[in-house]
Design a protein around this ligand. Structure first.
Ligand SMILES: [Zn+2]
Length: 170
């Protein structure tokens, strides 16, 4: 069997034994090396977003110091749900290998299949678009979107501490 899928299964097994959540484990691989791993921790964390893929992606991003996982592959014990598939795409992960498929997941009581087939328009309503578009304008006009703005409160505290130090020396 595939080495990385074996690792994803071991992740899932560790989660099952610790009662962390469903039988879902995941590893993120870059250049033949595991750079992130995780298993379902929905029950442990009381957090519906703590799917194996989400935690493995977070772990990988932390480890490489980037939100961009281009060139990575993801191995997961089950076909990704809509949330995880979205996260995989946001992370630019190009290839996904999964073990069980959506129908298998449905058979043990999970709702992935339903979520994929739900008519989303019934629960989505557009409101106050104009006001929200102002945010878009503000963001769109920032030249360097990755550059952090200086924290003014922090700068003020820094100046105060320098003045106090100067006063002390005087
Ligand atoms: Zn998921």
């Amino acid at each position: 069997m595939n080495f990385f899928m074996q690792k994803a299964i071991e992740e899932a097994e560790s989660g099952i034994h610790q009662r962390h959540g469903g039988p879902f484990g995941c590893v993120v691989v870059k250049n033949g090396e595991i750079i992130g791993k995780g298993h379902n921790e929905v029950l442990k964390q009381n957090d519906p977003t703590c799917h194996g893929e989400m935690l493995a992606i977070r772990d990988a991003c932390r480890n490489i110091g980037s939100y961009d996982l281009s060139g990575c592959e993801l191995y997961t014990t089950a076909e990704p749900c809509p949330m995880c598939l979205g996260a995989i795409m946001w992370a630019n992960i190009g290839r996904v290998f999964y073990g069980c498929n959506i129908s298998d997941t449905d058979a043990i009581g999970f709702r992935d299949e339903k979520f994929y087939n739900t008519d989303k328009t019934a629960m989505l309503t557009e409101t106050d678009r104009r006001e929200c578009l102002e945010l878009f304008d503000e963001y769109h006009n920032i030249a360097d979107k990755t550059k952090k703005r200086k924290n003014q409160a922090y700068t003020l505290r820094k100046i105060q501490s320098i003045c106090l130090f100067a006063f002390y020396l005087y």
